[in-house]
Design a protein around this ligand. Structure first.
Ligand code: OAD
Length: 232
């Protein structure tokens, strides 16, 4: 194949070696916080301070983090590959951007962004958000973190599904395969005949759906995979 279309899905595991905790590994974020409390619209309605504090802490931690060789390798692939590369991330950190990727699609939102719950305008989030902050557009006190919570619809699904329909290669990196719709992307790609590859430390919940599995740390497996693609 001369110019294969590549779709890449990343999850928390790609940022683990940059010091950002994953969700479901031992001692991960969901062992320390209840999803219902910090990652649902109902939790935000009940206790907005708890939710804003949770994402402020994550934003502060992410601001200090630097990309690792896996993020850098994907940016290199995007720059050097002759075909299309769509980089889709479930991560809310900015490590793909810090690595030089300009067009990562943040399907679960971004810590760097604030959203007006009333008029849906977005703006750059301050490092520390406050409950009841005014929207710069409609002035209502309805600012919230621009994060897709459980029960909400992930962003950019049309664009992602279109790319999956035309994918020649689909790779999932550092994701446990527990959260849909992202966990279903491998089936969509396989359905149109794409070659599928998983790069994860532990086998994901959907590992059996992948044609190829490259186990290990993303900082090692991803640069190797990118080298093999670029030398093909
Ligand atoms: P998880 O925490 O569920 O899974 C992280 C995966 O990364 C695990 O399967 C680990 O084995 C793997 N992993 C850990 N360290 C790694 C490393 N150094 N190299 C490669 N793999 C490694 O995180 P996600 O699958 O991203 O959503 O979680 C998906 C969504 O669930 C998140 O976007 C978040 C969460 O709830 C929302 O908050 C809406």
């Amino acid at each position: 194949m001369t110019h294969p279309n590549i779709v890449i899905l990343t999850g928390a595991g790609i940022s683990a070696e940059s010091g950002l905790g994953t969700f479901r590994d031992e001692g991960g974020l969901w062992a320390q916080h209840r999803i219902e409390d910090v990652a649902t619209p109902e939790g935000f309605a009940r206790n907005p301070q708890l939710v804003v504090d949770f994402y402020n802490a994550r934003r502060a931690q992410a601001a200090e983090a630097t990309p690792n060789p896996a993020h850098l390798a994907l940016a290199r692939l995007q720059a050097e590959h002759s075909g299309q590369v769509l980089l889709v991330t479930q991560n809310v950190d900015s490590l793909h951007e810090k690595a030089g990727s300009t067009n990562a699609v943040h399907m679960h939102g971004a810590l760097a962004s604030a959203l007006c719950a009333a008029c849906e305008v977005r703006w750059e989030a301050p490092l520390t958000m406050h409950v009841g902050e005014a929207c710069p557009s409609c002035s209502r006190p309805t600012a919230r973190p621009d994060i897709v919570w459980f029960g909400e619809i992930p962003y950019h699904m049309d664009r992602i599904e279109r790319a999956l329909m035309e994918a020649d290669i689909f790779a999932a990196i550092g994701t446990s395969g527990n959260v849909y719709p992202a966990a279903g992307f491998v089936q969509m790609a396989a359905h149109v005949g794409a070659k599928t590859v998983e790069m994860n430390l532990d086998p994901s919940a959907t590992v059996n759906l992948f044609e190829e599995v490259r186990p290990g740390k993303a900082s090692e497996t991803v640069p190797q995979w990118v080298d093999s693609l670029l030398s093909d």
